[in-house]
Ligand binder design. Structure first.
Ligand code: BG6
Length: 299
């Protein structure tokens, strides 16, 4: 069976290749495992909670309606990264057989009242989120539609917080960001990326912004492309690795040297807010691919 459902999660697998599969928790609609030909592509903390008690540390948590903490009136009372990753989504069903494709939905009625009331000055922003996940032989596609059901406009951020698995972070490069604008969240500074590729030797937390859509960001290990990310309507890319000190301060980050095995490459709309008008739908998607050729688009 290509789609299996339990009370807490949905599993997709390819009928002609059962070793290619993904698992999605209803909590947060979090993809917490994606295996391509039996090789796990996502990093998941050994201490990640999969019981709905806190957002999943690993996989692909979803960030909405705010990225990080924001002190402006409409967002200051929300938890870090909003409430989509800590709400239980509804499984809407399978929409396609081949490739197996499923949808999940979230609206105000699914969100804890206290969390929800932290958003917006009207306190009744009526939204619908539809997440679509499609599993292919060599890639995973996740798409989001955000619908404004109010008769007034409101603002939001969106982000796919991908924890990608690598063999050794010190052998890992992230390409095709040279010459782009970057906001370094650790230095609190904007600058132009001068390095031909992003390398990792310490904690790194940057928002690359307004990256042209044709730019394919690639994660390269010892010269081999391990992940490539194609984006639609997601102009910003957060690159994050917590390294030694930050990992040890995160209770559900295990093992403590797990930062060597992961890199977060997070396509989103986070540097500015999307303003969504009454009745309108905003759509965006990402495709995470394996085994792509090296594409040099900036050096
Ligand atoms: C990243 C942010 O997206 O998420 C980091 O850029 C943050 O600043 C990280 O530390 C993890 O956030 P959280 O809330 O899951 O611990």
């Amino acid at each position: 069976m290509a789609v299996q459902l339990t009370d807490t999660e949905v599993t997709l697998s390819l009928s002609d290749d059962p070793n290619t599969s993904c698992k999605i928790l209803l909590y947060g609609a979090t993809v917490y495992s994606w295996k391509s030909q039996n090789i796990e592509q996502l990093w998941l903390s050994k201490a990640a909670k999969l019981d709905g008690s806190k957002p999943v540390r690993g996989g692909i948590p979803l960030v909405f309606p705010v990225f990080g903490k924001n002190n402006s009136d409409d967002f200051k009372d929300l938890p870090q990264h909003g409430f989509a990753r800590n709400s239980t989504w509804e499984f809407l069903g399978q929409t396609q057989q081949d490739p197996p494709t499923v949808q999940f939905g979230l609206g105000p009625e699914n969100v804890d009242e206290k969390l929800y009331s932290g958003w917006g000055s009207n306190k009744d922003n009526d939204f619908t989120l539809i997440l679509t996940i499609a599993l292919h032989h060599t890639y995973l596609k996740t798409s989001i539609d955000v619908i404004n059901n109010n008769d007034y406009s409101w603002d939001f951020n969106w982000l796919f917080h991908n924890y990608l698995q690598v063999n050794d972070i010190e052998d890992t490069l992230v390409s095709n960001l040279a010459g782009e604008n970057c906001f370094d969240q650790l230095l609190n500074e904007h600058y132009e990326e001068k390095a031909p590729a992003v390398t990792f030797i310490e904690e790194l937390d940057r928002i690359y912004n307004q990256i042209p859509e044709e730019r394919m960001v690639q994660v390269i290990e010892l010269g081999k492309v391990v992940h490539s990310i194609q984006r639609e309507n997601l102009p910003d890319i957060v690159v994050w690795n917590p390294w030694v000190d930050k990992s040890s301060s995160i209770a559900d980050f295990q093992p403590k040297d797990g930062f060597k095995k992961m890199v977060c490459i997070e396509p989103g709309y986070v540097k500015k807010f999307v303003t969504l008008n009454p009745g309108e739908t905003w759509s965006a998607s990402q495709i995470i691919k394996r085994n792509e050729p090296l594409t040099l688009q900036s050096v």
